[in-house]
Design a protein around this ligand. Structure first.
Ligand SMILES: Cc1cc2nc3c(=O)[nH]c(=O)nc-3n(C[C@H](O)[C@H](O)[C@H](O)COP(=O)(O)OP(=O)(O)OC[C@H]3O[C@@H](n4cnc5c(N)ncnc54)[C@H](O)[C@@H]3O)c2cc1C
Length: 423
């Protein structure tokens, strides 16, 4: 769409806000409406389970992406506290919770993901927390004030970050993981083992194969216990549920768009309706001959830029190298690339000093790495992954004496640039 029209964006998270501002940067001068059901100014989610939970002041405006004025400055009509309830594709309008019907020339769906809920007896007791929004984080902070024990259900990123924050505040913490290792879906077993040791060394009780049967409460309806299969009962003043999230596909599904664990889009992030795009956590997109959905800030922000380019008349397929980070007990893990199915690896650095990089290969091709407290390595790996496989190191090269990752990435880049100039 190169002529001005109205772009309506549903969801003002990382993806939606980036799309709105990138549209202006791309010179788009039509109307932009950015709708969110939340009452807050658009904000960053990652700190909610990390730095923001540390003791001290919890200023909400520290989390805002942009100043309130910047939306008006860029003529972005930010509409807060309004839920989009239905898409009418025939009339290209949205039915909204404020009773207003909004017309779009192009609709960008950026509704994110919704945390998975427990459906066990006691799941609704007071003191059972999720961590997805500012309201959730504020509620968690209130709950742990004066509490002694926290049980975290789920050993994924968010559960472990919250466990670390609760431990740092002196609470007794138990992490219950149903599987056999931590962050199983996203990291290698080496990194799972490393983080298991980190959490234990800080006094957290980490349990595997732990199946929760029910949560117990007192007469006032407050949680007090976690009942495990096998009969063990753990004391819990607060229970944090971190068992993953589902893509917010309801609106799309109801409107008849193609959906399947995410809203299905093509390489330009267009849904099965050419007038509608989907970006961020909700979108299932093609990547490297597969289809994937990612829950990460990088993915959301890059999708936002990509959709803006398309709508401003400069379409570029979405090519980005996925990357992600987490921080637990002072260990910053940065992951670049997709490591699932890797069949060879090599560790550089010093695991005991908590500064190392785990390089991974699949079928002889370098596919990415996990870096712990080695940000320079992470950047070098992202650089390598942006090049064709021929420019990346083989395991033999990386094992050779004197191999230096950052230097290798620099010379690979020079070689790639030279090749581009001469072809
Ligand atoms: C606690 C926490 C910590 C995280 N830490 C990291 C991290 O360290 N690194 C990392 O890369 N990623 C992290 N993530 C993931 C990252 O925040 C998400 O991938 C990112 O926010 C996705 O952006 P999004 O714009 O797709 O969705 P969201 O940020 O979820 O925004 C979607 C917005 O749309 C709104 N919405 C939904 N439906 C409607 C509707 N019908 N009408 C109006 N509004 C609607 C939602 O309320 C929400 O505000 C974390 C997530 C959480 C929750």
């Amino acid at each position: 769409m190169t002529t001005p029209g109205t772009v309506v964006i549903v969801g003002a998270g990382h993806a939606g806000v980036q799309a709105a501002f990138s549209l202006r940067e791309e010179g788009y001068d039509g109307d932009i409406q950015l709708l969110t059901r939340e009452r807050w100014m658009p904000y960053e989610r990652p700190p909610l389970s990390k730095a923001w939970l540390k003791a001290g002041d919890h200023h909400v405006d520290d989390l805002y992406f942009r100043s309130p004025e910047s939306y008006a400055d860029k003529k972005i009509d930010l509409i807060r506290g309004v839920t989009v309830e239905r898409i009418d594709r025939t009339s290209a309008t949205l039915e909204c919770s404020d009773g207003v019907s909004r017309r779009y020339d192009h609709l960008v769906l950026a509704p994110g993901a919704v945390p998975r809920r427990l459906t066990l007896p006691g799941s609704d007791l007071a003191g059972v927390c999720h961590l997805h929004t500012i309201d959730d984080a504020q509620q968690f902070l209130q709950r742990i004030d004066g509490a002694r024990s926290v049980v975290v259900i789920g050993g994924g990123f968010i559960g472990l970050e919250v466990a670390a924050a609760a431990r740092a505040r002196g609470l007794d913490v138990v992490v219950l993981e149903a599987g056999t290792r931590l962050m199983q879906r996203a990291v290698t077993s080496r990194t799972s083992t490393f983080f298991d040791r980190v959490h234990r060394s800080h006094g957290t009780d980490v349990r595997y194969g732990a199946l929760v049967e029910a949560l117990g409460g007192d007469d006032a309806g407050r949680v007090g216990a976690v009942h495990l299969a096998g009969g063990e009962v753990l004391e819990a003043d607060v229970v944090v549920v971190g068992i993953g999230a589902c893509p917010a596909t309801g609106l799309a599904e109801e409107a008849g768009l193609r959906v399947g664990d995410g809203i299905v889009v093509d390489e330009l992030l267009t849904t099965s309706d050419p007038q509608i795009s989907a970006i961020g956590d909700c979108a299932r997109f093609p990547h490297d001959h597969q289809s994937m959905r990612l829950e990460s800030v990088q993915n959301a922000v890059d999708h936002g830029r990509c959709v803006a380019g398309k709508l401003a008349g400069r379409p570029q397929p979405y090519p980005e190298v996925p990357w992600f980070w987490t921080e637990q007990h002072g260990c910053k893990l940065q992951i670049a690339g997709l490591l699932t199915g890797y069949d060879a690896n090599l560790v550089l650095g010093d695991v005991e000093a908590r500064k190392f990089t785990n390089l991974c290969w699949k079928d002889g091709v370098f596919v990415g790495a996990e870096s712990i407290n080695r940000p320079g390595d992470h950047i070098a790996v992202r650089r390598l992954l942006s090049m064709t496989p021929g420019h990346r190191p083989s395991i033999e090269t990386a094992t050779a004496e004197g191999f230096e990752l950052k230097e290798f990435a620099k010379s690979a880049q020079r070689a790639a640039d030279l090749r581009e100039v001469t072809t």
